[in-house]
Design a protein around this ligand. Structure first.
Ligand code: RB5
Length: 147
């Protein structure tokens, strides 16, 4: 069976944290689709949020990780796509709940806000927690069909 592919994309504010997260994904046996950016040279976060959304919409990756300085701008960008449920998290309980209740398919970090060890804890919770379904499924369905 081939390894699940996790996409990762970031602006310059997320470049440093990305490398630690990629190492962890490799250690856990995931395949990685790195959508850039590949340096700390200034870029525009919407470009990378949209690249992530396209990769997931097109089936190139099943789940993803986004990072910008605060995590806010790149979340806003990715969440403009109906099939994306990008959750900006600051602790592992939030990461776990984003899977249990929201079926988040993208986890988002503020590269200038969160330490590496905490981000790794969050990533682990995100990767190992299944969606609870039940009453949450109805709510998640509504997210794809705004009024
Ligand atoms: C870039 O300086 C910064 O604005 C960006 O990484 C992010 O924090 C935007 O929401």
């Amino acid at each position: 069976m081939s390894a699940e592919t996790i996409a990762i994309a970031n602006d310059h504010g997320g470049f440093e944290l990305k490398n630690a997260l990629k190492n962890e994904l490799t250690n856990l046996g995931f395949a990685i689709l790195d959508l850039g950016t590949d340096s700390d040279e200034s870029v525009d976060y919407p470009d990378f949020g949209y690249a992530m959304a396209s990769a997931i919409d097109n089936g190139k990756a099943s789940r993803g990780i986004l990072i910008c300085g605060s995590g806010i701008g790149i979340s806003i960008a990715a969440n403009r796509y109906p099939g994306i449920r990008a959750a900006l998290v600051h602790d592992s309980l939030g990461a776990k709940l984003s899977r249990l209740h929201n079926d988040a398919n993208v986890i988002v970090f503020g590269g200038r806000m969160i330490g590496t060890d905490l981000a790794l804890d969050c990533l682990q919770a995100f990767l190992e927690t299944d969606f609870e379904g039940g009453r949450h499924a109805r709510r998640v369905d509504k997210l794809s069909n705004p009024l």
